[in-house]
Ligand binder design. Structure first.
Ligand SMILES: [Zn+2]
Length: 65
């Protein structure tokens, strides 16, 4: 079983990159590579999207909505 946009392996549950909110099992989070450098994986929870929290790439400092 996989949740769209949030496939993870390992013991650590996925958490939002910016807010560190752990994604609920059924929460539709978004996982994508940094649009600027593509080196890092950005994780955004549905909650942070709803609140309009910006994310920041730890690699290149790119900030996005
Ligand atoms: Zn980046």
């Amino acid at each position: 079983m996989s949740i769209r946009g949030a496939k993870f392996h390992g013991p650590t549950p996925p958490s939002d990159t910016t807010t560190n909110w752990v994604l609920a099992p059924l929460e539709r989070g978004v996982v994508f590579a940094c649009p600027n450098c593509g080196k890092t994986t950005i994780i955004r929870s549905a909650r942070s999207r709803k609140l309009g929290v910006t994310y920041r790439c730890p690699e290149c400092g790119f900030v996005g909505p």
